[in-house]
Every structure is written in structure tokens, then in C-alpha cells.
Ligand binder design. Structure first.
Ligand code: DGY
Length: 327
């Protein structure tokens, strides 16, 4: 029987699929396996099901001579050195599609909550500070009719654009490639990054973390945004330069932010963003609904099981490994 190591307890339906295909070992702790444990565990495993907290790199691959597949329990795979896996003939898979709507719901929740200062208002009331209805009490930014700038128009960005239509928002987007068919369907207009920064009332980030997107939102970007603008990030923390974001929020350079992702995760206790009222901070829960996390588990498991059976995994990231094997 092949061996699989799963780096955390994923929902049972996924584990059931894996058990039919392999001998399964699950890291049962709440925190990720320490690096030395992970390196030991992969020594005899044929498949690895990691989370985005587990780094799969040359060091790990060197220790895993039997590894055939890395089936990430996430759509993003910046935790995996894909070229290193490809060079060794190791298949890499992810879980695209299933978490699109759940993550778009959360992005939209952050747009509303940060724009209308919901978390701050809740804290204000609980602290016993609410004395009377006030004409200028906790004023925020209108979402209805505002301009939404989407950075990235992939599955999740497009799903946010569909929600925005219900709020009569003007949707503009920036991405590496123009998507003219989607533009028509969504009523979205293409903008340069600079134009998007200048025009948007709300900006929501939906690009993967790459060398080109790391710190895309830096002091220079914040300087070009409206002072009333709200930034939402449900993609990856390092796309935003947190020191620059702190300065922009603290000085009123922009109005507010909603972050579901940070750099690093979890944030250090002395991260100054924790001291600000005009930022909502969530512990990376974009895909955290029961149904979605269960579906992610079955997808990751089906990917791993297919690879172990010698079949094409449904969500293969590095197709060239498969093509090379078939050649
Ligand atoms: C992903 O899948 O990449 C999310 O960040 C976690 O679900």
C-alpha cells in the first residue's frame, strides 16, 4: 500500500478517499508539524497532502525519494516550489473552483464591514461608549454605487464583481491580460493599475502571490489612492506591504482596510496594525465554510488518489510532469 502523510486533520470525507487508496498518517495537532517532523514523515511517503502553512521545497523533496504527488489543500500554492517538484517529476495539485464563492462572500463582507466600520461600531457599543444617536457618529463610506477596483479578474475576482452588480457598483479591474469576454459579462472595465488606484473607492485584491505581486501595495500605491479608499485583501498577505499600510491607515492616507491574510500569519503580537481601529483583521478564513472545506478535502484526496493509481489528477498544476511521463 502506498503511504500518504496529511499535515493536519482535514474533513473526514477526504480522509476516507485517501484510506481507500493508501496507508494514511494524519498529523493530529492543531499547529502544523514542526519542520523536522515533516522532513522525517516524508522520507517514506508516496503522497503528501500539505496545507498552505507547510513549505514544500528542495530540502523537503531531497528527503522524499518516493514522493509522487503533493496534493495541496488550497487553491493557492505559493507554499510549494513547483519548479523544484517539476524537476523531480513530482505532481503538484490544488483545489480550484470550490472555494470561489465562499471566498468572494468573505471579500464582500470585508468591503461592507470595513466601509461601514462594523467591527469598530460593535466594539464601541460593547465598550459602553454609545450615549446617543449622533449625526456624525461612526460615519463610513457608501458601498452602493461606489467604484470597485479589482486587482485580478480570475475566478474569485469575477465572483466579487457579480456581487458588486447587486450594489450598483462600477467595476473596474486590472490584470496582466485583458479579459474582454468577462468584461462584457460582468460589466467591468479594464484600467491600468495607476488608474485603478486613482479611481477606486474600494479595492479588492485577487491575484496570486508571485515575485511581481509581492508588495504591489506599497507606500507608492497608497499615495495614489483616494483618502476615502478602502483596501480589502483576501488573497495573500505579502501582496501588501504592511508597514506602508500601517502608515497609510494611521495618517488617514486611506480610510480603512479589511485583511483576511497577513504577513506573516499569524501576525506578531507587536504588529502595529493590531492597534488601529480602521483595519479589520481576520485569521485567513476566506474558504472557511463547512461545505467548502469538506469539498476541498475531497478534491485534494481525489487528486492524491488519482496520482497514486497512476491516473491524471483532476487538478494538476504542473502538467509538464504528466506529459513527460507519457512521452
Ligand atoms: C487557498 O485555498 O489558497 C486559501 O487561501 C485557503 O483556502
Amino acid at each position: 500500500m502506498p503511504k500518504v502523510f496529511v499535515t493536519r486533520r482535514i474533513p473526514e470525507p477526504g480522509l476516507a478517499i485517501l484510506r481507500r487508496a493508501a496507508e494514511v498518517k494524519v498529523w493530529e495537532e492543531e499547529l502544523p508539524p514542526p519542520r523536522d517532523v515533516l522532513l522525517k514523515e516524508v522520507e517514506d511517503c508516496d503522497a503528501l497532502v500539505p496545507l498552505l502553512t507547510d513549505r514544500v521545497d528542495d530540502e523537503l523533496l531531497d528527503r522524499a525519494p518516493h514522493l509522487k504527488v503533493v496534493a495541496n489543500y488550497a487553491v493557492g500554492y505559493d507554499n510549494i516550489d513547483v519548479p523544484a517538484c517539476t524537476a523531480r517529476g513530482v505532481l503538484v495539485t490544488n483545489t480550484p473552483g470550490v472555494l470561489t464563492e465562499t471566498t468572494a462572500d468573505l471579500a464582500f463582507a470585508l468591503i461592507l464591514a470595513a466601509g461601514r466600520r462594523l467591527v469598530e461600531a460593535d466594539k464601541f457599543l460593547r465598550a459602553g461608549r454609545w450615549q446617543t444617536w449622533g449625526p456624525t457618529l461612526l460615519l463610513g463610506q457608501d458601498v452602493y454605487g461606489a467604484t470597485l477596483g479589482l486587482v485580478g479578474l480570475g475566478r474569485i475576482g469575477a465572483a466579487v464583481a457579480r456581487r458588486a452588480r447587486g450594489f450598483n457598483m462600477q467595476v473596474i479591474y486590472h490584470s496582466r491580460h485583458r479579459q474582454e469576454a468577462l468584461e462584457k459579462e460582468l460589466g467591468a472595465a479594464y484600467a491600468s493599475f495607476d488608474e485603478l488606484l486613482h479611481r477606486s473607492d474600494f479595492i479588492s485584491i485577487h491575484v496570486p502571490l508571485t515575485a511581481a505581486t509581492r508588495h504591489l501595495f506599497n507606500a507608492d500605491a497608497f499615495a495614489r489612492m483616494k483618502p476615502t479608499a478602502v483596501l480589502v485583501n483576501t488573497a495573500r498577505g505579502p501582496i501588501v506591504d504592511e508597514a506602508a499600510l500601517y502608515a497609510a491607515l494611521k495618517t488617514g492616507r486611506i480610510a480603512a482596510a479589511g485583511l483576511d491574510v497577513m504577513d506573516p500569519e499569524p501576525p506578531r503580537r507587536d504588529n502595529p496594525l493590531l492597534t488601529l481601529d480602521n483595519v479589520i483583521l481576520l485569521p485567513h478564513i476566506g474558504s472557511a465554510s463547512v461545505a467548502t472545506r469538506t469539498r476541498m478535502a475531497t478534491m485534494a484526496a481525489e487528486n492524491a488518489a488519482a496520482a497514486l493509481r497512476g491516473e491524471l489528477p483532476p487538478n494538476l498544476v504542473n502538467r509538464e510532469v504528466w506529459d513527460r511521463r507519457r512521452a
